[in-house]
Design a protein around this ligand. Structure first.
Ligand code: SF4
Length: 346
């Protein structure tokens, strides 16, 4: 078991019990939060708890498509989805093999962070949208690379069945495995508006089936979706907490060239969140999440050349600085509004 040290020397503002284990979230240990960076359970610190060092995720484009793009459900895709399937485009646009991407990603992470452990992150499009033998081949080609200690697979909740989940679960003995499921909003009317092609119940079923196989689930959510006010976004936070999901990725909705959302934005039918608005909503959202949920992303990272709006999302460091400052000024933290037993106070 990992020996997780708390936060010695920091002002003790609150404490909670984290459930974690080498490859899951299973043992209980007390922790405390005092500095701004400790006010939420970050992905980097979670990985350090397990591996004792920095572990870098390597985003991969394995050449998949998506039922919401190939005509099975629709051809337009989610309104914000770009031609790269919300990924790098390394294979689909530049023709780089999986192996080339892994070697390049590892070299980059070694130079930038001195990292020697990596997670193969199947990011672009729908990474379970193929027969199981092809999935097995792709995942195992990634996992056999030296230094790869984990597998993260991004997909849609309507593209995971028992067989696929069983395949992912079969790697748990030797690797850290996460299933990343797009939800975006816990409101069916919003999912229709953004053309997700599935409903909230579908997501809930996928989470239950993944949990039945012992998999960690990370939900992707977006703040600032069309038609969503603060209360609706907070309901999404409560929904995730109620499902006991292990992780979450959060970002603001941004407009990328060539998307349906870009057309909506050009017609002035959508207004992007300002940075300050987003940060307040983000902290409100985090206050309603269980404190042991791993927060894998606090803000988005669009390709600058592809971005239409808002321009502030290009300045990721400034957004992260504002988040840190507002955590302090509001003296808040992940789970603050959860009472004992997980009751949401307001
Ligand atoms: S599910 Fe993902 S890949 Fe498919 S259209 Fe939506 S954002 Fe794009």
């Amino acid at each position: 078991m990992t020996n997780f040290e708390g936060n010695p020397g920091k002002v003790l503002t609150w404490s909670f019990e984290i459930r974690c284990s080498i490859f899951g979230i299973q043992f209980v240990r007390a922790s405390s939060y005092g500095s701004s960076s400790d006010r939420y359970r970050s992905y980097n610190s979670y990985l350090r708890e397990i591996f004792g060092e920095r572990v870098q995720k390597i985003p991969l484009d394995a050449g998949f498509t998506c039922p919401n793009r190939d005509g099975t459900l629709s051809r337009g895709g989610c309104v914000y989805c770009d031609q790269r399937g919300s990924g790098s485009g390394a294979m689909t646009h530049r023709g780089e093999s999986l192996e080339e991407q892994i070697v390049k990603g590892k070299d980059w992470a070694r130079r930038k962070y001195g990292a020697s452990k990596f997670i193969a992150y199947f990011q672009s499009f729908t990474n379970t949208y193929a027969p199981v033998p092809r999935l097995r081949d792709l995942y195992e080609r990634a996992l056999k690379h030296e230094g790869v200690v984990g597998l993260s697979v991004g997909t849609r909740p309507d593209c995971v069945d028992r067989e696929v989940l069983g395949l992912l679960a079969s790697y748990k003995e030797d690797f850290l495995v996460w299933l990343e499921l797009g939800l975006q909003s816990a409101h069916d009317s919003t999912l229709i508006e953004i053309n997700r092609g599935h409903d909230v119940a579908c997501f809930d079923r996928a989470v239950a089936e993944a949990h039945a196989q012992g998999l960690n689930v990370c939900a992707h959510v977006i703040l600032g979706l069309p038609g969503e006010n603060r209360e609706r976004m907070m309901e999404t936070a409560r929904h995730l907490g109620g499902l006991a999901i292990e992780g979450v990725k959060i970002h603001t909705l941004y407009v990328v060239k060539g998307t349906l959302l870009a057309q909506i934005y050009e017609r002035e039918e959508y207004r992007c969140l300002e940075r300050e608005e987003y940060v307040e909503l983000l902290l409100d959202f985090l206050e309603r999440l269980p404190p042991n949920m791993v927060v894998q992303r606090l803000t988005g990272d669009p390709l600058p050349a592809e971005l239409v709006a808002p321009v502030w999302v290009r300045e990721k460091n400034q957004t992260l600085s504002l988040i840190a400052r507002r955590f302090e000024e509001r003296d808040t933290w992940q789970g603050k509004r959860l009472g004992n037993g997980g009751r949401v106070l307001g």
